[in-house]
Design a protein around this ligand. Structure first.
Ligand code: AP5
Length: 217
């Protein structure tokens, strides 16, 4: 089972990917998380992409495509989150999947009004130790500012800064339309209403593909 989650910043792609991982042992391939880890580890790649990622700007396609080529293994149950971001990346991904003998089972497009996205981004907090994600109202930590899982302090993601927020959302809207058309033409694209509570989003995701209810995917 191989799914792609598409949607604007803050819509809940990461939150749903983590639920799928818990319930079905899906592996998550998140290009955003992969880049943030490189930045935390201060690797040469991390140093190169840091100025772009922290300002919510896209990393160049050739770099991203090579990274996915290098790191995407042939896995049975995989959720791709954050990649592809445009048609060039989608075409490259198709080639990479074919090389691994993989086929896509579905592409889910999450959407929610801009005001909801902004609220979720403003209230998001990340664990500086284990990268667990919180929302100050919808999913708060048990102790303010402290991760439930590892006890490390929570902080805002650098790219969630108010200064970059509007440009980041606008950039997504401009670049995503051709990508959505690309997947619409494949017949694989399904729309997910992500404005509703997380559990309701999750049920829509499960209902989107019959393979979720089959044990053998
Ligand atoms: P990436 O990590 O992909 O970030 P993004 O696209 O900006 O998406 P977010 O992580 O902000 O949103 P999300 O949908 O995962 O929201 P979440 O689940 O956390 O990319 C980061 C950067 O890396 C990019 O800007 C770029 O620089 C670079 N990059 C990555 N991939 C690239 C690529 N392919 N090409 C080029 N550059 C690339 O939810 C948000 C909050 O809301 C959370 O607090 C959550 O708890 C809460 N929440 C979620 N859903 C609900 C709900 N239904 N109800 C209530 N609360 C909810």
């Amino acid at each position: 089972m191989l799914m792609i989650l598409l949607g604007p910043p803050g819509v809940g792609k990461g939150a749903i990917a983590r639920k799928l991982k818990e319930a079905y042992a899906f592996e998550i391939f998140s290009t955003g998380e992969l880049l943030r880890q490189e930045i935390r580890d201060n690797t040469p790649l991390g140093q190169m992409v840091k100025p772009l990622v922290t300002q919510g700007k896209l990393v160049p396609d050739d770099l991203m495509i090579n990274l996915v080529k290098e790191r995407l293994m042939a896995r049975r149950n995989l959720v791709l989150e954050g990649f592809p971001r445009n048609v060039a990346q989608a075409e490259a991904l198709q080639g990479i999947l074919e090389d691994h003998g993989l086929t896509l089972d579905g592409v889910l497009n999450f959407s929610a009004p801009e005001a909801v996205l902004k609220d979720r981004i403003r209230q998001r907090r990340i664990c500086t130790g284990c990268s667990a994600v919180y929302h100050l109202v919808n999913c708060p930590p048990a102790v303010e500012g402290v991760c439930n899982h590892c006890g490390s302090p929570l902080s805002k993601r650098a790219d969630d800064d108010e200064v970059f927020l509007q440009a980041r959302l606008d950039r997504y809207l401009t670049s995503s339309a051709p990508l959505l058309n690309y997947y619409r033409e494949t017949g694989l694209l399904k729309e997910i209403d992500a404005e509703v509570p997380l559990l309701d989003v999750y049920y829509q995701v499960l209902a989107s593909n019959v393979k979720f209810t089959q044990e053998s995917f």
